[in-house]
Write a protein of this length. Sequence first.
Length: 255
Amino acid sequence: MYSRQVVGLEAAADTALLLQSVNRAAANAVFSDTLSDRKEQMEAARSFVKETHASLDRTETYFPTEEGKQLVQQSREQIQKVAHVMEELLTRLESEPPGEAWTSSDMLSSELRPAVDEGEKRLGVLKTRKREDASGLAKATADAFASGRSAMIALTLGGVIVGLGLGIWLTRSLTRQLGGEPADVAAVASAIAHGDLTTAIDTSRAGRGSVVHAMHSMQESLRKVVGSVRMGSDHIATGSTQIATGNADLSQRTE
């Protein structure tokens, strides 16, 4: 879009330059010293008028709004006026000999040059409008870029904050489910697996249903089972000793 505005500005500037060329060629024709030179400059003036119209047609494509079309139409009307005045000047010039075109010279300064100046003025309005459009578009683009950059920064910071929050929540949730730090839980599980039922288990942060609470309950249950087995073994050992002693006494009496 910005490049289109710049191209439109260049097209209006080119049209203004061509309009100046019309005036310059007409002046050269008026002040020519020979008929051949005058004819050449007259043809150049008419050619520049055609090029000016064509350039304005190209310029119009860069002014699609109603206001822009009106401005182009005003320039077109003035260029048509320049062309009309120039043709009258050239027609009058044909009746005057080279070096003595006094009437044509007066018409050049009193009619053609003011018409060209007015045309350049109207084309200047087009250039100013397109320059303002380009500046406005550049500012809007810069504002949009700044806004997008701010949004990206905000989204990035928001993502970091959400990620940190989610990480903290997951850590706390996992710790709550385990009932303690993962390293502590792993140490207790390893001790129990190796038959150590004396390891102290911290249940201060372990809620019911947590792994630590379950391991503590399992440890207590295993202690009771081991205690019962040990007590039963002691009873069996005591009974065996008593039986052995009784057998020994019986053997002595028999002898």
